[in-house]
Design a binder for this molecule. Sequence first.
Ligand SMILES: [Zn+2]
Length: 169
Amino acid sequence: MSEFAKEQACALVEKLGLKAPPVPVEKLARALGVRVEYSPFDDELSGMAFLREGTPIIGVNSNHHPNRQRFTIAHELGHIVLHRPHLETSVMIDKSRNFIPRDPTSAQGTDPLEIQANAFASELLLPAKLIRQALAERPGDLNDDDYLIALAKRFRVSLTAFQYRLENI
Ligand SMILES: [Zn+2]
């Protein structure tokens, strides 16, 4: 099931025809007819996805770091693209613990919807093609944190999200 999620994300990135990172995730969401709204939620709440009169809405915690907000948008976009029937009947609310790479033993390990949304987000923000290209352009030591931090910065994701992706590429 998360293979399908990855394929969906991959297809979206292909359509963008991106030559270099970062992936413009908010612009992409808007191009898909999604409204992105920022609110100062409690720290525990990363974001949510729901329908308002048929329009998909992504709520993002404006107090979080911009890189985290990007991951939230990508994750919620995954719910909108992959789990539309759920949105027809309910609001999807994401506590930080639903996200990689917060806590590997938590919700993301068990709830298939969260696993799929995370796989989608990871693929969307960190497309394999762009990662390989970035590694080829500036080769370095993958065990060197400074090197990885510089790469994560180019993709505008957290270091942990980048490391997670490298292990799953
Ligand atoms: Zn979720």
